[in-house]
Design a protein around this ligand. Structure first.
Ligand SMILES: Cc1cc2nc3c(=O)[nH]c(=O)nc-3n(C[C@H](O)[C@H](O)[C@H](O)COP(=O)(O)O)c2cc1C
Length: 192
């Protein structure tokens, strides 16, 4: 499967970006093509319908939308801000729900599986953001993979060494999530 993986954080040392990078590598090892995107490379203007009507979709948004359109599945690491997902994530999802510059209005999300994780310094590991993001992405037509994982207590050391992280409780949970998501996508793909 061609999987697009990204986080809802543009922060340089983002825990969520590091978590999604870990899962992306696991899925690559399971044989998937994974496009790992960084929202730091997609600095999108805040969506405004008037600006869209007058100026159309900015090139940077169109390039992200095209990556989403090519995706057969998604992995999203969703940071928690004030008990919910970030505006970076919502803004990107909103923009890419709009028609492409060539007028193509096919959904880039519909019927595509999505796995969600979250990472936070807080003890709840972004659990509230996970559930709210699930509601959001399912509303967009994606098919939520039931297994989600929140990594609590993150700090600068958490993801520093991939091999050590892989052996932690959270590392094992992310490996299991990648493996279970792989099984879920296989079942998904064979249905006709
Ligand atoms: C405006 C703001 C609100 C936040 N609210 C929460 C919150 O509700 N729950 C939580 O666990 N962490 C919260 N945090 C802490 C973030 O989880 C933390 O900044 C984390 O590093 C963000 O994810 P990132 O590392 O991927 O950028 C908040 C941070 C900011 C800046």
């Amino acid at each position: 499967m061609n999987i697009v993986a990204f986080s809802g954080s543009a922060r340089k040392e983002s825990y969520n970006q590091q978590a999604v990078t870990f899962i992306a590598q696991e899925l690559q090892e399971l044989g998937h093509e994974v496009q790992l995107l960084a929202m730091a490379d997609f600095v999108l203007p805040l969506f405004n319908q008037d600006v869209e009507a007058s100026d159309g979709m900015p090139e940077i948004v169109a390039s992200l939308r095209e990556q989403f359109a090519q995706a057969e599945a998604f992995v999203i690491a969703t940071p928690e801000y004030n008990g919910s997902f970030t505006s970076v994530l919502k803004n990107a999802l909103d923009w890419c729900s709009r028609p492409a510059p060539n007028g193509n209005s096919d959904s880039v999300y519909r019927d595509k599986p999505v796995a969600l994780v979250s990472a936070s310094p807080g003890r709840m590991g972004g659990m509230r953001s996970l559930y709210q993001t699930r509601y959001l992405v399912e509303n967009l037509g994606m098919v939520g993979f039931p297994g989600m994982h929140g990594i609590g207590g993150c700090d600068a050391e958490t993801f520093k060494d991939r091999a050590s992280f892989a052996e932690t409780r959270d590392g094992k949970a992310l490996r299991k999530l990648a493996s279970d998501y792989n099984g879920f996508m296989k079942k998904f793909a064979i249905a006709d």
